[in-house]
Design a binder for this molecule. Structure first.
Ligand code: ZN
Length: 568
C-alpha cells in the first residue's frame, strides 16, 4: 500500500487534543503512523486547509427493507438527479432515499468513513447486509431492534437478565449485528393490537410489561454482556407535543446502572434523535421548545449520550420501526403510507414529509435541534445527525455544521421563516449567540460517536495506531469566510483516505475502497433454556426455519468482528 504524508494542514483532532495547529499526518499500511515511520511517501500539501479524521455517523437509516420500501414507493425522490462524475463511479440516484452506491459516495464526499445502520429487523438482516455489502467505501454495522421482540418481552417481564443477555448474544451472532437498538419500546408490539405505548408506564397488551421495564432490562442485559456500544434507544411518544417528560422519564431509567465495557465508553444509554423528543405544550398550536430542560439533564448526567435528529427543512421520506407513529403522521399530512409487521420482532412504517419553512411547527423543530447542540456542555456526548432520512437527508450535515458555527447563518434562516416571530417566541435559539468551532465539530462528528460506539481504538482521531481515515477540506479557518463557505467545504472534501486508501482525490471519487462490516460476537455461558426457546418459537411461530434465518459468510465478504467475552 502507498504511504502518504499530509503536510502543513490545520489539524482538528480531539484524540490528540490538536485545536487547529499546523501538523503533519502520516499514513502507512492502512494506519496512522508517526511521521518518522515513513519511507518515501506521496506528499499531500494541505497548507491552508482543514484536516480531520474520517466522520463517524452513529445513527442513519441507509440499508434494509424499510429503506428499500422508501425507494420503491417514492420514484419522485429520484428526480433529484443522477450523476456520475468520474470514471470509477457507478450508477447512482435518489435524494432522501439514495441508492446504496450514492449513499457510499455522498458520505465519502462529505469526509465520512463509518456509518451505522440504526434499525435492522432481525428477520431481514440478510437483506440489510446485502445492501451494506453494496454500499462502497464505508465501514458499516447495523443495530438489530430488540424493544418489541417477543423473547425479550417474555424474559424481561420476569426480570431474567441473564436469559435476555444470552438471547441478545445469540441474535447478534445470527444477524451479524452491532448493538442493542430499541424503538418505541412495547409500542410497536402494541401497534399490532391497534394500540401504542405513550409513556414509560403504559403496559404492553398481552405481555404485561411496561416500556420502563423493557428499557431498564435491556440496559442491564447490555452491561451484563459488556457490549461495545450502550443500549441505543428511540423512546416512546416520539413527535408529540408535551413529550419531553417521557424523554426525561426514559433518561432516568439509566440512573444507577454502571457502564461495564472494555471498549472505552462511559455511558449506559444512547438516546437518539432527541429533537423529536423535546417538545413542550399540549397541542400543535402551543408546541414549544423544551431543549433547555432536556440539555440541563444531559449536561448533568454523564451516563448518557445523545444525537440531534436535526430538521433540515427539506422534502424527505420518514421511515421507522415506530409503526404507530407513522400511522399518526399519515393522518396529519395525508401523504401516502406504507406499514409492515415483522412477525415476532418489530414493525415499521414509511411516510413522505415536507419540512416547509412556511410551517410554524417545522421551523420550531429546526430551532430545537440546533438548541440541543448549542446548549451542550460536553460536545463528546452529543452528535450531529438528521436521523437520516427522517428529519432530513444526511447530505445536509454540512448545512447543519454551518448553522452550528454561524449566528449569521441562523439569522438568515430565521428571516426566511413565514412565522418568524412565533418561532422565536416558542424557542430559545434566537437568544443563543454561541458559535461552535471546528474542534467541537470534530468532537460531535468524529471522536464523540467513535467513543460512544466503543470504537475509539479504530476511528474518530488521528493518533498513531488508528485506522488511516483522514479527511482534508478546502477550508482555511484563519481567514475570513462567509457562512456558505463552511457548507461548501464540508460537502466537498478535497481528499479522503479510508484505511489508507485514497477514496476521494481532488473532490472526486477515486476508489470504491475496501469497505468492511463490523459485528459483535459476544461469548456467553451455554444457556440451554434460551436455545430451547429459540427452537420452539421458530417451530411454532416463524414463517422461516432457523436454517434460513442466520446471516452467513457471503453476506459479509469483508467482516470485522469485535469479540466480547461475557463468561469472564
Ligand atoms: Zn432513526
Amino acid at each position: 500500500m502507498a504511504e502518504y504524508l499530509i503536510k502543513n494542514g490545520f489539524v482538528f483532532d480531539p484524540v490528540l487534543g490538536i485545536k487547529g495547529d499546523k501538523a503533519d499526518i502520516a499514513i502507512k499500511d492502512g494506519k496512522i503512523v508517526e511521521t518518522t515511520a515513513l519511507g518515501s511517501p506521496k506528499v499531500i500539501d494541505a497548507a491552508g486547509k482543514t484536516v480531520m479524521a474520517g466522520g463517524v455517523d452513529i445513527h442513519a437509516h441507509v440499508a434494509g427493507p424499510k429503506v428499500n420500501i422508501g425507494r420503491n414507493f417514492r420514484p419522485e425522490d429520484k428526480l433529484f438527479g443522477y450523476k456520475a462524475r468520474s470514471g470509477i463511479e457507478r450508477m447512482q440516484g435518489g435524494f432522501s432515499v439514495p441508492t446504496t452506491i450514492r449513499t457510499g459516495y455522498n458520505y465519502a464526499r462529505m469526509g465520512y468513513t463509518t456509518v451505522m445502520e440504526a434499525a435492522m429487523p432481525p428477520l431481514y438482516a440478510r437483506h440489510t447486509h446485502e445492501e451494506m455489502r453494496d454500499t462502497p467505501i464505508l465501514d458499516q454495522g447495523a443495530y438489530p431492534v430488540f424493544g418489541n421482540n417477543w423473547f425479550v418481552l417474555e424474559y424481561l417481564k420476569n426480570h431474567e437478565i441473564e436469559n435476555a443477555a444470552a438471547y441478545i448474544a445469540w441474535l447478534l451472532r445470527a444477524t451479524k449485528g452491532y448493538a442493542v437498538k430499541v424503538v418505541n419500546p412495547g409500542g410497536t408490539e402494541a401497534w399490532g393490537w391497534g394500540l401504542n405505548c405513550e409513556n414509560v408506564h403504559d403496559p404492553v397488551p398481552y405481555f404485561d410489561i411496561t416500556p420502563a421495564q423493557i428499557v431498564k432490562g435491556l440496559i442491564e442485559a447490555n452491561e451484563h454482556l459488556g457490549l461495545p456500544h450502550s443500549m441505543h434507544v428511540h423512546a416512546n411518544n416520539l413527535g408529540n407535543p408535551g413529550n419531553y417528560t417521557t424523554t426525561l422519564d426514559t433518561f432516568k431509567l439509566s440512573e444507577g446502572i454502571k457502564p461495564n465495557s472494555k471498549f472505552g465508553r462511559d455511558q449506559v444509554m444512547h438516546h437518539t434523535h432527541v429533537q423529536f423528543h423535546s417538545y413542550g405544550g399540549d397541542s400543535w398550536v402551543n408546541v414549544e421548545s423544551k431543549a433547555k430542560e432536556i440539555m440541563d439533564y444531559v449536561n448533568s448526567h454523564e451516563n448518557i449520550t445523545i444525537d440531534m435528529g436535526q430538521v433540515t427543512l427539506d422534502e424527505t421520506t420518514t421511515m421507522t420501526a415506530d409503526g404507530p407513529f407513522e400511522h399518526h403522521l399519515t393522518e396529519l399530512n395525508h401523504l401516502k403510507w406504507a406499514n409492515a409487521d415483522v412477525e415476532l420482532e418489530t414493525g415499521s412504517g414509511v411516510v413522505p414529509y415536507v419540512y416547509s419553512p412556511n410551517i410554524k411547527v417545522c421551523a420550531i423543530q429546526w430551532a430545537i435541534g440546533l438548541e440541543l447542540a448549542l446548549f451542550a456542555k460536553d460536545p463528546m456526548r452529543i452528535f450531529i445527525t438528521t436521523d437520516h432520512p427522517n428529519a432530513g437527508p444526511f447530505i445536509r450535515y454540512p448545512r447543519v455544521i454551518k448553522w452550528l458555527m454561524s449566528t449569521e447563518a441562523r439569522e438568515q434562516q430565521f428571516d426566511a421563516f413565514k412565522h418568524k416571530d412565533k418561532v422565536i417566541e416558542a424557542t430559545n435559539l434566537a437568544g443563543i449567540d454561541r458559535e461552535l468551532n471546528l474542534y467541537e465539530i470534530a468532537q460531535m462528528t468524529r471522536a464523540g460517536p467513535a467513543k460512544a460506539l466503543g470504537l475509539a481504538h479504530m476511528y474518530g482521531g488521528l493518533a498513531p495506531g488508528l485506522e488511516a481515515d483522514v479527511a482534508i477540506y478546502d477550508f482555511n479557518p484563519n481567514e475570513p469566510y462567509a457562512p456558505d463557505d463552511i457548507e461548501t467545504a464540508f460537502l466537498n472534501a478535497e481528499h479522503l483516505f479510508k484505511t489508507g486508501v485514497q477514496v476521494v482525490r481532488d473532490h472526486n471519487i477515486a476508489s470504491n475502497g475496501n469497505k468492511r462490516t463490523l459485528w459483535v460476537n459476544a461469548k456467553v455461558d451455554e444457556n440451554p433454556q434460551v436455545m430451547r426457546d429459540v427452537k420452539e418459537k421458530f417451530l411454532r411461530y416463524y414463517t422461516v426455519t432457523l436454517n434460513n434465518y442466520e446471516v452467513t459468510g457471503h453476506y459479509l465478504p469483508n467482516p470485522y468482528v469485535i469479540e466480547v467475552d461475557a463468561t469472564e
